[in-house]
Design a protein around this ligand. Structure first.
Ligand code: PEP
Ligand code: MN
Length: 360
């Protein structure tokens, strides 16, 4: 697959002057629930109603979706509100049922994208369709696997494509349910600038309070849209209750978000600057993360030294590190002066950490 402008033509149908908003409950629960949410969303910037009909749950026993019955509710919601509809499909039977019920956009879930066998089957079931297919990133941080799934659809002549960034699972707990790893989405964007990129802040966050910030970062990075889990009674949702927001909160959020598209002579410049700054912010956060990790290892070394009663400063080791970093730094276009400064600072911080440990 190569980057082509045609990849984004499906977005034109919405004729929007803001990023695409897809919203709706994690799961369709009842007909009343789907219709009530659809009508509330109609009053917002939302263009597409989402609702999971078949829910892939990591552990059995959680709500697994209402099944094909819910497709009728989506159909009715579309009739009544004019919103387009989208749901997750995970096999050719889902595809067949969704097409029969006139679902407009199909999305592929993160647990499906990991399996080339499943993707191939679904792609073949959709051969030549003019429906839009949005592919969520796989649960594991693997750009090739994500791109491979997009390519499997493209090869089956599915040309209305897009991707949804929903974060990546990690074993370690963090403030996110799924780590965003923005760099992966940025790399994908660099390779395929015309492939529509949509953020799913809900599954990245796993909680309500950081959804706006995540959306703002996505807008700064020029994402084409957001998909936000929305429910009139989030706390009582049958799935993903902690991360859903009300249609009203969604409405407020889209007003608060800075789309950074002020019309001015220097619009192009402003946009470029905002987007580059957002990239720098992502990288700075990665730097902090990696420095924190390095200090944790230094702490562990401190513990070992304490046990064996070894001096903190071992100058041969330190000179070796420095020499190697100066050489490696040249390859990254970093001056010797800079490398010396930065590694001295890092080394000093490690020593401070280890001293603290030895004196405990
Ligand atoms: C969902 O969108 O409700 C869902 C199950 O998402 P994911 O595949 O990203 O976990
Ligand atoms: Mn969900």
């Amino acid at each position: 697959m190569e980057n082509k402008k045609e990849l984004r033509t499906w977005l034109d149908q919405f004729n929007l002057d803001h990023p695409l908003v897809i919203a709706g409950p994690c799961s369709a629960e009842t007909e009343e629930q789907v219709l009530k949410i659809a009508h509330q969303l109609k009053e917002t910037d939302t263009s597409v109603l989402r609702a999971g009909i078949w829910k892939p749950r990591t552990r059995p026993g959680n709500f697994e979706g209402v099944g094909a019955l819910g497709l009728k509710w989506l159909q009715k919601a579309k009739e009544e509100t004019g919103l387009l509809t989208t749901t997750e499909v995970a096999n050719p039977i889902h595809v067949d049922l969704a097409l029969k019920h006139d679902v407009d956009i199909l999305w592929i879930g993160a647990r499906t994208t990991v399996s080339p066998f499943n993707i191939q089957e679904i792609a073949e079931a959709l051969k030549g369709t003019d429906k839009t297919v949005l592919i969520k990133n796989p649960v594991n941080p693997d750009l090739s696997l994500w791109l491979g799934a997009v390519e499997r659809f493209y090869k089956q002549d599915v040309k209305n494509l897009g991707v949804i960034h929903r974060g990546f699972s990690t074993y370690e707990k963090s403030k996110y349910r799924n780590n965003p790893e923005w760099q992966i989405a940025i790399d994908l964007q660099t390779k395929f600038p015309d492939l529509p990129l949509i953020l799913d802040p809900s599954h990245i966050a796993g909680r309500r309070d950081i959804i706006t910030d995540l959306c703002q970062t996505a807008l700064d990075l020029n994402y084409d849209g957001i998909m936000v889990e929305t429910h009139y009674d989030p706390d009582h949702a049958w799935s993903d209750a902690q991360q859903q927001i009300t249609p009203k909160a969604l409405d407020q959020m889209t007003r608060d978000l800075k789309i950074r598209k002020e019309v001015s002579q220097s619009q192009d410049f402003q946009e470029k600057l905002a987007s580059l700054r957002a990239k720098i912010d992502v990288i700075d956060n990665q730097l902090l993360d990696i420095l924190g990790k390095r200090m944790k290892v230094a702490d562990d070394i401190g513990e070992v030294k304490k046990e064996k009663n070894v001096a903190i400063l071992q100058s041969t080791r330190w000179n070796e590190i420095l020499g190697k970093m100066i050489l490696d730094g040249k390859e990254h276009n970093l001056s010797e002066e800079f490398i010396l400064k930065i590694f001295k600072a890092i080394h000093q911080e490690s020593i401070n950490h280890q001293e603290k440990i030895l004196n405990e």
